[in-house]
Design a protein around this ligand. Structure first.
Ligand code: UGY
Ligand code: MN
Length: 246
């Protein structure tokens, strides 16, 4: 007997998953009829405390009201997308993003063919700190700050010094051959979406070739490291922050 079909790098490890475009499998939701809807991770993948999804409109536009009781980060990946908050329409488009606290109800609009990534989690309040106000920004306008590693720059899309946020989103940008300086092992979990280039990802003792549009979910304490390939690489990184993990 031969193999069923060749696998395409997708993997479910004990402390991580790697989802490639060829391994993703579409889900359905009543408000997203006609759209491609991929649940990259949900809290059903224990012990994940967040969800991340990719929504790509088909031939029809998507207009849906979101009132889930979660805080959300939404970033436009391609085409024309927008968020309507009360009377205000905030255009996202490629690289435009928003953070909306969990008490905000809003309408998400995607033109035909547009796509977005959305991240949601139940907000973990901290005594004395208010829910963060809505944030609107554009990836290209966030300063890319150099790190201790030459050739590695990081854009922080939410205010890293505001402890009211219980997560942050970074855009990590690696020059050709540039690597993280250590195999990190930490309590915070990650949702990682490769936005360009590629390289080699170390995940809990395994090494995987990764490229644009791959997705990795890392559980707490998943050993992790990355070296970019000859064209460099970048990824969007969710990381919980400012809380004690309990
Ligand atoms: O901030 C981080 O944890 C980051 N250095 N991790 C990663 O890129 N895998
Ligand atoms: Mn990390």
């Amino acid at each position: 007997m031969g193999t069923i079909v060749p696998n395409d790098r997708g993997r479910r490890g004990l402390t991580y998953t790697l989802l490639t475009p060829a391994n993703r499998y579409m889900s359905r939701r009543p408000d997203l009829a006609g759209a491609a809807y991929y649940k990259l991770v949900t809290p059903r993948l224990a012990p994940s405390r967040f969800g991340q999804e990719l929504i790509a409109a088909g031939e029809d536009e998507v207009v849906t009201r979101i009132s889930s009781g979660c805080e959300r980060f939404i970033i436009g990946m391609s085409g024309e997308s927008a968020v309507r908050l009360g009377d205000e329409q905030i255009v996202l488009g490629e690289g435009g993003y928003t953070y909306l606290g969990q008490t905000r109800d809003f309408v998400l609009e995607l033109a035909a063919g547009a796509s977005i990534i959305s991240i949601a989690r139940r907000y973990e309040p901290w005594p004395g700190l208010p829910e963060p106000e809505p944030v609107f920004g554009r990836l290209s306008e966030v300063p890319a700050t150099p790190t201790a590693v030459p050739g590695l720059r990081r854009r922080l899309l939410l205010d890293p010094d505001d402890p009211a946020f219980d997560f942050n989103i970074s855009h990590m940008e690696f020059g050709p051959g540039v690597a993280l300086p250590q195999i990190e092992i930490h309590d915070e979990e990650h949702g990682l979406y490769m936005t360009s280039g590629g390289g080699l990802y170390h995940l809990d003792g395994d090494e995987h070739v990764v490229s644009a549009d791959d997705y990795i979910c890392m559980a707490p304490y998943c050993p992790q490291g990355f070296r970019a390939g000859p064209e460099g690489g970048s990824y969007l990184l969710y990381k919980d922050t400012w809380r004690d993990g309990f």
